[in-house]
Design a protein around this ligand. Sequence first.
Ligand code: 5GP
Length: 258
Amino acid sequence: MARRRQIYEGKAKILYEGPEPGTLIQYFKDDATAFNAQKRGTINGKGVLNNRISEHVFTMLGNIGVPHHFIRRLNMREQLIRQVEIVPIEVVVRNVAAGSLTKRLGVEEGTQLPRTLIEYCYKDDALGDPLVAEEHIACFNWCTQEELHDIQDMAIRINDFMSGMFAAVGIRLVDFKLEFGRHYDGDFSRIILADEISPDGCRLWDMATGEKMDKDRFRRDLGGEVEAYQEVARRLGLMPENEETAILDLDSHRKKKS
Ligand code: 5GP
């Protein structure tokens, strides 16, 4: 049997060649990094939860007409996706001041922003994903003006939808990061949503208690990372009561059994 070909390994995911041309398999790892990979760790079961949460969010976004790369979940840690050419920009959408915005501008964490803020970072690990302006995107031709308009429209729609989806389960969507790619169909390409949407790349605060339910628990050494991710999955209806172990890692489940 031939071993499948690895296309790319990132900090939290691995991409393998897919079963058909134009497809890839996205594998979710338990590895966690923060502060441009200066802090590294493992969150047991994170990959399984992120795979499930991301499947759910992408499916819901597809239902409202947002084009995306997700095709279907294959198993606990893998999903089949469409191959895209990633636009080298991280799109950060903010509703509430937190993280790098508070440090950069001295705004107090938790301040509700008067309007949704969209920021762009150039995807380059060696440079630490620096913040850039629309002018840089145009100047270095990271995407066309038309593509950037599509990205902005989608980012706003995604934010509106996700803010409502999380609010309905008592979670405040503070900010999040999106990535987009070009999907080619013959000579034409269109921008579609790519990567993942999970507590790794979103700030999610419990509306009642203000408790953090995202990767800030790891970044700030707060502990309880898996429990927080599990709670997000549970509230989204992805973990039926009494089946909490079912979603967790099959390997650790087997080990426990034996
Ligand atoms: P900040 O700029 O405040 O560090 O991050 C803003 C939002 O984007 C947060 O929700 C954060 O999780 C997400 N984000 C920014 N950069 C990255 C990244 O490189 N990886 C991931 N997973 N999320 C990111």
